[in-house]
Ligand binder design. Structure first.
Ligand code: SAM
Length: 221
């Protein structure tokens, strides 16, 4: 296992990428072509910036990347990368150029706590929050790649994504450590929907008169 880590780490150093994570996006894009030349791309959870480096090169100088992260990113990224230090859940489309994206990439991950179940729920929450933004942020036909920590709510998340895209499938890139619970959901062909299934308690049920024995008796009872 160490050898694999060393391989991607060394390669990233040699090739000038800010982290070994670059090879996860390269692998995903080589297989699924989520990045097209001239595209507008949102890179969510972008620091230190290796996905932005990869995306900027693949979309070319006519494309643009908006790189957002809670933590500050060093300068020196390609010219077509705009950096923003912010919580992705607290910004609007206006903060990232004001026009819908052709592709959204999310390598966002919660700070791990040592509680795998709690970390999983936090990770799925981040993904659901991101999916909620898609109708406003992603153009129809656009693509999304998002990282999630696998766990019991993973299948429901993939199902939600499948309602929103022509295709949504989990993929484990070669550069992802085998022992890591991270998976990448690769979604292509956005259909403009939100994909949430309303919770049963959200449903508007026909109003019924309270039956006897419930609450305060009224004059009718
Ligand atoms: C694995 S790192 C990303 C690595 C990056 N893709 C690269 O290639 O350099 C995950 C990042 O997600 C960021 N993150 C987590 N939650 C976030 C949020 N709500 N908004 C913005 N960034 C967030 C973290 O600050 C962290 O830098």
């Amino acid at each position: 296992m160490k050898e694999v880590q060393d391989h991607w780490f060394k390669l990233a150093k040699e090739e000038g990428y800010r982290s070994r994570a670059a090879y996860k996006l390269i692998d995903i894009d080589d297989r699924r072509r989520v990045l097209r030349r001239g595209a507008r791309v949102l890179d969510a959870g972008a620091a230190p910036g290796s996905w932005s480096q990869v995306a900027a090169a693949r979309i070319g100088h006519k494309g643009v990347v908006f790189a957002v992260d809670l933590t500050a990113m060093d300068g020196g990224l390609p010219e077509n990368v705009h950096r923003l230090q912010a919580d992705l859940r607290e910004i609007t489309l206006e903060d990232v150029g004001g026009e819908p994206f052709d592709a959204v990439l999310s390598d966002m991950a919660p700070k791990t706590t040592g509680d795998p179940t709690g970390d999983h729920f936090q990770s799925v929450r981040l993904c659901d929050d991101l999916l909620d933004q898609m109708p406003a942020w992603l153009r129809r036909g656009g693509n999304l790649v998002m990282k999630v920590f696998e766990g019991e709510n993973y299948p429901a998340l993939v199902k939600r994504a499948a309602r929103m895209f022509e295709e949504a499938k989990g993929y484990k890139p070669r550069a992802s450590r085998a022992e890591s619970v991270e998976m990448f959901i690769v979604c292509t062909g956005f259909n403009g929907k939100n994909g949430r299934v309303p919770h049963q308690s959200d449903a508007i049920l026909p109003k019924r008169r309270p039956s006897k024995g419930w609450g305060t008796p009224s004059a009718q009872d």
